[in-house]
Write a protein that binds this ligand. Structure first.
Ligand SMILES: *Cc1c(COP(=O)(O)O)cnc(C)c1O
Length: 393
């Protein structure tokens, strides 16, 4: 737990350089340019209690995990980062570190389903209260906090799957005035496009499984923050509860993160091209993409994001057409999850968001979500075109 997570160059180097180098220094003994994966579960001591660089046992600290944590801290611009076995394990550690029975959490009404489930079905029985609000509406948030204070305000922006945008700096001002900590789940934007800590947020949450890992081959999660006292509590829970990322998972995540900047640029460019194509199509009722000028959050997104990301959602003329489209693509594969180099299509109502059907978080049956990959955009658009031809035949 006394392992040093800081990266000396984080102050001077720029994002893409940090992505490649932060925490990834060559191996001191061999000169190996790629740091080795440390599988050892235990570390020899130079006399009783004589630990080398703080390493003692694999759950309390592992050099490969440290390397990932330093990379994450540098990219989000935070003092502390903690890596977990999944995004939900990271969220669980944060919730336990900050909440006690009787405390309340205010969530966006379209927050990730697993976050909702963790609070509603795991923490609520322990006396934590949870409620939801339209987080992109500052007046609604202010009114909800005036009615009943919350310990945490939890936002995703862009949100899933309707890509709603919340002004992070404004939400931070509202939350802090009401005495709440503001948590941003930055999974969709990633630090390549948006850095919530620089906008005043208290904690950044990640599902590393998505864009950070980037290749749909590793499940992981992370927390990044500045506050030393809260970091101490989270570090203790990471050690005491033990939902740590394993060495191979941490290494795969670090390898993925090295290309985050160029991947997000390509994801964003491809998504923008597809959003523009879909908007002009006759069977499309609405395209949800914050890069489109008529998106209600476009001005805020342009301010707080450097680009608009790789997720595009689209409402077709009917639910039937949406289903047929999702089952007709060939390059876009029909699957849950998002953020990999390969393009995926998801039908939220019956897939990722089936559990919130009939609630205020339900996704319209006409909506399909595209996780736009880094393939050639002409092939992606051709796939959408042929799929629409098939689906409307
Ligand atoms: C996937 C996801 C999570 C949960 O992460 P896991 O790695 O699946 O546990 C949390 N938030 C968002 C926005 C996600 O997309």
């Amino acid at each position: 737990m006394s392992v040093d997570n800081s990266t000396p160059d984080a102050q001077t180097r720029r994002f893409d350089s940090l992505a490649v180098h932060a925490g990834q220094e060559f191996d001191a003994t061999t000169g190996a340019v790629i740091p080795p994966v440390h599988f050892s579960t235990t570390f020899a001591q130079d006399g009783i209690g004589g630990l080398r660089q703080g390493y003692e046992y694999g759950r309390s600290g592992n050099p490969t995990r440290t390397a990932l944590q330093r990379q994450l801290a540098a990219l989000e611009g935070g003092a502390h980062a903690f890596s977990f076995s999944s995004g939900l394990a990271a969220e669980d550690a944060l919730l336990r570190a900050t909440l006690k029975p009787g405390d309340s959490v205010l969530l966006g009404n379209d927050v990730y389903g697993g976050t909702h489930r963790l609070l509603a079905r795991v923490l609520a029985p322990w006396g934590v209260e949870m409620r939801t609000v339209e987080m992109s509406d500052p007046e609604a948030v202010r009114a909800s906090l005036a009615e009943r204070p919350a310990r945490l305000v939890w936002v995703e922006t862009p949100s899933n799957p309707l890509l709603k945008i919340t002004d992070i700096a404004e939400l931070v001002a509202i939350g802090h005035e009401a005495g709440a900590l503001v948590v941003v789940d930055n999974t969709f934007a990633t630090p390549a496009l948006q850095r919530p800590l620089t906008l005043g947020a208290d904690v950044v949450v990640h599902s590393v499984t998505k864009y950070l890992g980037g290749h749909s081959d590793v499940v992981g999660g992370a927390l990044v923050l500045d506050d030393d006292e809260l970091a101490e509590k989270i570090g203790f829970l990471q050690f005491a509860v033990g939902a740590v990322s394993g060495p191979m998972d941490a290494w795969l995540a670090s390898r993925g993160i090295k290309t985050l900047g160029i991947r997000m640029a390509r994801h964003s460019a491809n998504a923008a091209a597809i959003a523009a194509f879909l908007r002009d199509h006759s069977h499309v009722a609405r395209v949800y993409y914050p890069g489109l000028e008529d998106h209600p959050g476009h001005a805020i997104a342009s301010r707080q994001m450097s680009d608009f990301g790789g997720i595009v959602s689209v409402a077709f003329e009917s639910g039937e057409l949406a289903r047929r489209f999702a089952e007709s693509t060939t390059l876009f594969q029909l699957a849950e999850s998002l953020g990999g180099v390969e393009s995926l299509v998801n039908y939220p109502d019956a897939m990722t968001h089936a559990s919130v059907r009939g609630t205020d978080a339900a996704v319209p049956v006409e909506v399909v979500r595209l996780s736009v990959g880094i393939e050639d955009p002409a092939d992606l658009i051709a796939d959408i075109e042929q799929s629409l031809r098939l689906a409307t035949r």
